[in-house]
Design a binder for this molecule. Structure first.
Ligand SMILES: *Cc1c(COP(=O)(O)O)cnc(C)c1O
Length: 494
């Protein structure tokens, strides 16, 4: 199967290894498979008797045709091992007669990015070999907290790679900082910088666009790469868990094989929900995709009116991993529905004017599948409290945004279908805000919040967040934002 750019009309296809190695296409577009493979009900039936890693290898092989089945099986087994994910990497849990939860946070950082970032580095290293790349890949990440830790856990000790993470010294939570500062692994480097997340991100962008610097790295036999969510290698593992969840709903008799379900995803960069859309395109019986946003409601407005307008202020929220104004992966949806030409036109408009608007027929097409809702901070807290008290279901702030959307969707649509709610983080990852939603008082600090939430709800803290107070700090480097390039070079040549 070949991959083509969402913007390049006449572009010739590249292999999946090449797409994963490069991340973004030369014309600035994103890579997409030139056709979407299918999955039949017979195949789903057969997957019911298989474990998650076998399901993953099977589904990945439909997309990554230049990888052997043995390679994909090995990578899936190492990525989703019991040591890292426990018995089941993506279990479903019935909440009530309408809602089933898909829990994606049983990995090493207690949030869903592990589902992709545990396997992508393995696919990436194979891609280097398949493309005859002999230099060391230096992964550069700017993080506001969650992605950095998940990328560190994914790339640590992976041969042929080094990873460097920059975080704003005063812009991440205590727990997030401790998680990064205590990171093990022989190929990792972490700097706190004296600025905010934008400074970190701009610093990384400047490094990526500095040709002289890249030449200097090249002389050390090193090249730069990124781990961000527009890479196909991060998207494709996310398709797996939708198919797996459907299979489990069928296996547990929650649905009959072939029954349609609706899926609700708390959304930021539009990566996770786009993976659900691909699963639907493959033939997985999904009717509606419910796009849940927090108070940054760009996508809600888009699915309501067809207008995408990024010209607004970014609001920080209690669901920070969804605080986004440009949902990069939306481009893949425009491309799939309306083609290269239209997508390129809208992307050019977005860059020039900060907005674009779909035609009425285009909007109608999109609304056949998608519906968007946004939750205010208060809606989010209410959903946490309601689902804990009424359904005995403790959720984090991001998942609560989805649950709030589901309540409104059910009221509005009154559909008979079962709804799969995607749960993207452990409640303990955002313990302070969850506690506040439950009992309206703030804990003394984030570490006591973990213990207080555990005792209040009689729930175990997941292993990645236990014993935070006793973590050994390995990385305490603090640098000025002007020194990011220097620090990168020192690490590259070490
Ligand atoms: C990244 C993230 C999201 C948003 O996922 P996208 O793929 O960016 O839409 C939601 N919840 C959590 C906890 C996340 O870390």
């Amino acid at each position: 199967m070949k991959y083509i750019s969402t913007r390049g009309a006449a572009a010739h296809g590249v292999s999946s290894a090449y797409a994963i190695k490069n991340g973004i296409a030369e014309d600035g577009g994103l890579y997409m498979p030139e056709s979407i493979p299918s999955i039949s009900l017979e195949e789903i039936d057969a997957l019911a008797n298989k474990g998650y890693t076998e399901r993953a290898a099977y589904i990945l092989s439909k997309f990554l045709t230049d990888y052997t089945e043995a390679e994909l099986s090995e990578d899936a087994e190492n990525a989703y091992s019991k040591v890292k994910f426990g018995l089941s990497p993506a279990p479903i849990k019935k909440i009530n007669s309408n809602i089933t939860m898909l829990e994606l946070w049983h990995g090493p950082t207690s949030a869903f990015k592990d589902m992709a970032l545990q396997i992508m580095p393995r696919l990436f290293v194979r891609a280097l070999r398949k493309c005859q790349e002999t230099r060391t890949a230096l992964i550069l990440v700017a993080t506001s907290g969650d992605t950095g830790k998940a990328a560190l856990e994914g790339y640590k000790n992976i041969d042929g790679t080094k990873i460097k993470v920059f975080y704003p010294e005063n812009g991440v939570s205590t727990v997030q900082k401790l998680q990064m500062q205590s990171q093990d692994g022989s190929n990792v480097s972490i700097d706190g910088i004296d600025g905010n997340f934008d400074d970190a991100q701009n610093g990384v962008k400047n490094i990526f666009s500095n040709t002289d610097f890249k030449e200097k790295l090249n002389s050390q036999n090193v090249f730069l790469s990124s781990a961000n969510s527009i890479n196909w290698g991060r998207l494709v593992p996310q398709i797996v868990y939708y198919i797996s969840a459907y299979t489990d709903m069928y296996k547990t008799a929650e649905i009959n094989l072939g029954d349609k379900i609706d899926v609700c995803v708390p959304t930021g960069n539009f990566g996770n929900i786009f993976a659900a859309y691909i699963a639907k395109k493959m033939g997985l019986p999904i009717e509606k995709l419910i796009c849940a946003s927090n108070q940054n409601d760009v996508l809600t407005e888009f699915f309501e009116s067809g207008r995408y307008n990024k010209k607004r202020e970014l609001k920080t929220s209690i669901s920070p991993s969804m605080d986004i104004l440009i949902s990069s992966n939306l481009e893949r949806l425009l491309y799939t529905e309306f083609g290269v030409q239209k997508n390129a036109e809208y992307m050019a408009k977005l860059a020039a004017d900060g907005e674009y608007t779909l035609s009425n027929t285009e909007l109608e097409t999109i609304r056949n599948t998608f519906v968007g809702y946004s939750a205010s901070e208060e809606d989010t807290r209410e959903a946490i409290k309601y689902f804990y008290e009424k359904e005995n279901c403790l959720t984090d702030t991001h998942t609560a945004v989805a649950l709030s959307a589901i309540m409104r969707y059910m009221n509005e649509y009154k559909a008979e279908r079962k709804i799969l709610a995607v749960s993207t983080a452990s409640p303990f990852k955002f313990a302070s805000d969850v506690l506040f939603a439950l009992r309206k008082t703030k804990p003394a600090d984030e570490i006591s919040a973990l213990n207080e939430l555990a005792s209040l709800t009689d729930t175990e803290i997941p292993y990645p967040l236990r014993d935070m107070e006793n973590r050994k700090i390995i990385h305490d480097s603090k640098i000025k934002k002007e020194d990011m390039e220097n620090s990168t070079f020192e690490f590259a040549k070490a």
